[in-house]
Write a protein that binds this ligand. Structure first.
Ligand code: ARG
Length: 461
């Protein structure tokens, strides 16, 4: 075995590690993506050690330069990752000693890989949460833009996927906006518990050196310090919270996807997703498939899976660190990667969706979507709501039999169901009248949609 691959913990061992055990226990293949964060943590640790005089300033400077050079090496592809050195932490530390000599061996003073890895994951996740927040915002901006253009566009609103009442497309899109707003707040809240420093907890019990954890926290931009060393090295709640917030985002994107898939079908023909976001069929020349929303809907399952993985990894662990924890990274990283991809695609796709206003309008005209408006009209004329419901039910039955919408019936025909009906009924039965009448906070009237968009724009900048 080469010197560079000598294990830092080889001292108490007399036999080399079994080759398959070495491969089985290594995490370098997937934790090397945290190299920047590992180096960042080491830089702060070295500076702290110099501040409390465990290292001399000269030793610290040598270590700092060595680490900065290693970061460059990695970025330029001049770093050979070694499985024998298990993980990102030992790979970088071994390389440091190779480069700067024995002083490199002092970096790990008062530190353990247990508090180091917990710190790295938090630094990595914090950075990723900020990127995800920016993508979420971009998608929300896109929604506001389309909602504004479509604040007067009328479409059928559904319950049970049956035509219920007319709504405006702007209103529908603002419902999506609200879901994402909660997602963004959840991420922001989760970030607070991510942004706390475990370093200084060492293996599990703290360290005998006169460390200054507040200094390290400030160096790394953490808002606080984990207050119990046993908890700090073993806690992965923050990763579970994040994956749970990610699952909710995916659940929302999956619901949007389901609607876009339906809406872009020939049967609905409400939207055109744009050629850039669709693919064709290898056999059916006419096909344009909504692959992006379908894949997003499909990926939701794997993210839920990662949430369950993380919860299950943690459930049987006694305090403090156990190797089980190494299994946290792949589910977490895969959640981040896929969520980023899905949000990016949605943010790109949203402003490019073409809306087929006529189709939406025609669909809203079918299915007696203004039946509730007729009932409300009767109530305003003094008919009790239950009676009004019955009267309108009969009118709808007649409409089905005669193939007419309520608005297409003659006044006399309608009066056959209730003599209270007068000529002013026709403005009530139009789709425009129906949506305009729902004119209160949270209602579908174009006026309210425009107000909601304005309010969201103010909240959002
Ligand atoms: N690769 C390990 C992980 O991901 C780092 C911590 C190892 N600590 C230990 N005591 N073996 O969790």
């Amino acid at each position: 075995m080469s010197k560079q691959n000598d294990k830092p913990w080889a001292g108490r061992f007399t036999e080399p590690t079994d080759a398959f055990v070495e491969a089985f226990t290594a995490s370098i293949n997937f934790d090397k993506r945290m190299y920047k964060h590992d180096i960042m943590g080491s830089l702060a640790h070295a500076r702290m050690l110099a501040k409390v005089k465990v290292l001399t300033q000269k030793e610290c400077d040598t270590i700092v330069r060595g680490l900065q050079d290693i970061e460059q090496d990695i970025e330029q592809g001049n770093f050979t990752w070694s499985t024998a050195l298990e993980d990102i932490h030992m790979n970088i530390e071994a390389r440091l000693t190779d480069r700067i000599g024995d002083v490199g061996k002092k970096l790990h003073t008062g530190r353990s890989r247990n508090d180091q890895v917990a710190t790295d994951i938090r630094l990595y996740l914090r950075e990723q949460i900020d990127i995800l927040q920016a993508e979420l915002k971009r998608l929300q901006q896109g929604l506001l833009q389309v909602a504004e253009q479509e604040s007067d566009t009328i479409m059928p609103g559904f319950t049970h996927l049956q035509t219920a009442q007319p709504v405006t497309l702007g209103h529908h899109l603002m419902a999506w906006f609200e879901m994402l707003q909660r997602d963004s707040e959840r991420l922001m809240d989760c970030r607070k518990r991510v942004n706390v420093l475990p370093l200084g907890s060492a293996a599990l019990a703290g360290t005998t050196y006169p460390i200054d954890r507040e200094f390290t926290a400030r160096e790394l931009g953490f808002d606080g310090i984990c207050l119990n060393s046993l908890d700090a090295v073993s806690d992965r709640d923050f990763a579970i919270e994040f994956t749970s917030a990610a699952s909710l985002i995916m659940m929302h994107l999956s619901r949007f996807s389901e609607e876009l898939i339906l809406w872009s079908s020939a049967q609905f023909n409400f939207v055109d997703l744009g050629d850039k976001f669709c693919t064709g069929s290898s056999i059916m020349p006419q096909k344009k498939n909504p692959d992006v929303p379908e894949l997003v809907r499909g990926k939701t399952g794997r993210i839920y899976g990662h949430l369950i993985s993380l919860l299950t990894i943690m459930k049987g662990q006694p305090l403090a660190y156990n190797k089980d924890n190494q299994e946290d990274k792949e589910p977490l990283f895969d959640t981040i990667d896929n969520l980023r991809g899905c949000l990016r695609l949605y943010a790109d796709m949203m402003p490019q969706i073409k809306v087929n206003r006529e189709s939406m309008y025609d669909a809203a005209k079918r299915g007696f979507s203004t039946a509730t408006d007729l009932a409300d009209y009767l109530v305003r004329k003094g008919v009790p709501f239950r009676d009004a419901h019955e009267i309108v039910g009969k009118a709808v039955r007649h409409g089905i039999d005669s193939g007419k919408d309520l608005s297409e019936m003659e006044l006399e025909e309608l009066q056959g169901f209730s003599s209270t009906i007068e000529h002013d009924i026709f403005e009530v039965l139009t789709l425009e009248g129906s949506v305009a009448a729902r004119n209160h906070i949270g209602g579908t009237a174009p006026e309210q949609v425009r107000a909601a968009i304005k309010c969201a724009q103010q909240r959002h900048t």
